[in-house]
Write a protein that binds this ligand. Structure first.
Ligand code: PMP
Length: 397
């Protein structure tokens, strides 16, 4: 049987990390993976999360199973965060929410639900998108195509192309959209552009699937979440995956949520029952720690305030790092990369070619993706100068 298993290609990002780990040069810099690192180059443990964990440990609670849909306090807290505690749509019981194994788990549970309901639907993802979108929806059984998004000439979004592709999509097509901090480009739609997208999706009878993995990293928690309210206001059904990997620095705890917003409480009840079957037959029920940490931080006023400050600190630090990089490049004669400062979130589409990215790796031990994507959230004052010098060097060849 297992002779039939072919050797799959290595995951491009994890493969890069392996190459990085094997690199003996002490000055090496990994801008490949999508994690936020502090000034010391290490993954932060947020003070609010640490305090929440200490409180939880002190309680010494037994480790029982959670319900299939996860921890009620967690679901309640994140629904407030995403939709607003006073949101009418929550009072109307029109949202089915489940705890998920990170943002990825939310996407997969949502994809499985959608495939159950409409196996023939096409899924549209942005061109380019987070690599796992295509793989995940393909593996869930869908045909996956792309809508135009990034315009390399304009260093921005091909908005007309995007609208045209959505208008041309068959009704029932599932459209995956990055709610904020687009991965990999760092270019987000303006609120006015979102209005148009929301209207076209509605008119065409498309099925929006919003992926929000970076709430709080763009302009702020409420600002980044504003797009969700636009979809709710439009009255159309949609799915929303969220991740707390980045915003709570809880990557390994695998904590996220999936919400499906529907037209009636009855639909929400039926959809929730189907989501539970998907979960039950995959991993039965989710783990406790991440959910308990997020719920504790969000519901305790002091911890919540501290978390918001810390997240705001991460957001503004990334913006500063972007600016210092742009200044460092300008000081080396590279004047046309100022766009990096205006991009949002952890990533920058640098516009560097594959050859330049390879040269960055081989000649300068600076690791980014061949697509030109770099994780600016992994820069710090200790490595910024080297990275700017390395980019200037490969650009001048
Ligand atoms: N969606 C996007 C756009 C992402 O960038 C990521 C994480 N890199 C995810 C989903 C998955 O998040 P998680 O790590 O919580 O599974």
């Amino acid at each position: 049987l297992f002779d039939r298993a072919e050797l799959a290609p290595a995951d491009p990002i994890l493969g890069l990390t392996e190459a990085f780990n094997a690199d003996a040069r002490p000055e090496k810099v990994n801008l490949g993976v999508g994690v936020y690192l502090g000034e010391d180059g290490k993954l932060p443990l947020m003070a609010s999360v640490r305090e929440a964990e200490e409180r939880l440990v002190a309680q010494r609670k037994p480790k029982s199973y959670l319900g299939i849909d996860g921890m009620p306090a967690f679901r309640e807290a994140v629904r407030g965060l995403i939709f607003g505690t006073e949101a009418q749509v929550l009072a109307d019981a029109r949202v089915a929410t489940v705890q998920s194994l990170g943002g990825t788990g939310a996407l997969k549970v949502g994809a499985d639900l959608l495939h159950q309901l409409d196996p023939e639907a096409t899924v549209l993802i942005s061109d380019p998108s987070w690599e796992n979108h295509r793989a995940l929806f393909t593996r869930a059984g869908f045909k996956v195509e792309a809508y135009r998004y990034y315009d390399p000439e304009a260093k921005g979004i091909d908005f007309d192309g995007l609208l045209e592709d959505l208008r041309a999509a068959e009704p029932g097509t599932i459209v995956v959209l990055h709610a904020c901090c687009h991965n990999p480009t760092g270019y987000d739609l303006s609120l006015e552009q979102w209005d148009q997208i929301v209207a076209v999706l509605d008119e065409r009878g498309l099925v929006p699937f919003l992926d929000m993995a970076y709430q709080g990293f763009g302009f702020g928690i409420a600002e980044d979440g504003a797009v969700v309210a636009k979809f709710v206001a439009s009255g159309q059904d949609f799915l929303l995956s969220t991740s707390y990997s980045k915003s709570f620095s809880l990557y390994g705890e695998r904590i996220g949520s999936l919400s499906v917003v529907l037209g009636s409480a009855d639909s929400a009840k039926r959809v929730l029952s189907q989501l539970k079957i998907t979960i039950r037959t995959n991993y039965s029920n989710p783990p406790t720690l991440g959910a308990a940490l997020v719920a504790t931080v969000l519901t305790d006023p002091d911890l919540r305030a501290s978390w918001e400050t810390e997240l705001g600190g991460m957001r503004s630090r990334i913006k500063e790092l972007r600016q210092v990089l742009v200044d460092g490049l300008a000081a080396r004669g590279i004047q046309d990369m100022g766009f990096i400062a205006g991009q949002l979130g952890m990533f920058s589409y640098s516009g560097l070619t594959k050859d330049q990215m390879v040269a960055l790796r081989t000649e300068h031990a600076v690791y980014g993706l061949d697509s030109g994507r770099m994780c600016v959230a992994a820069l710090n004052t200790g490595n910024l100068d080297r990275v700017a010098g390395a980019i200037a060097s490969v650009r001048s060849k």
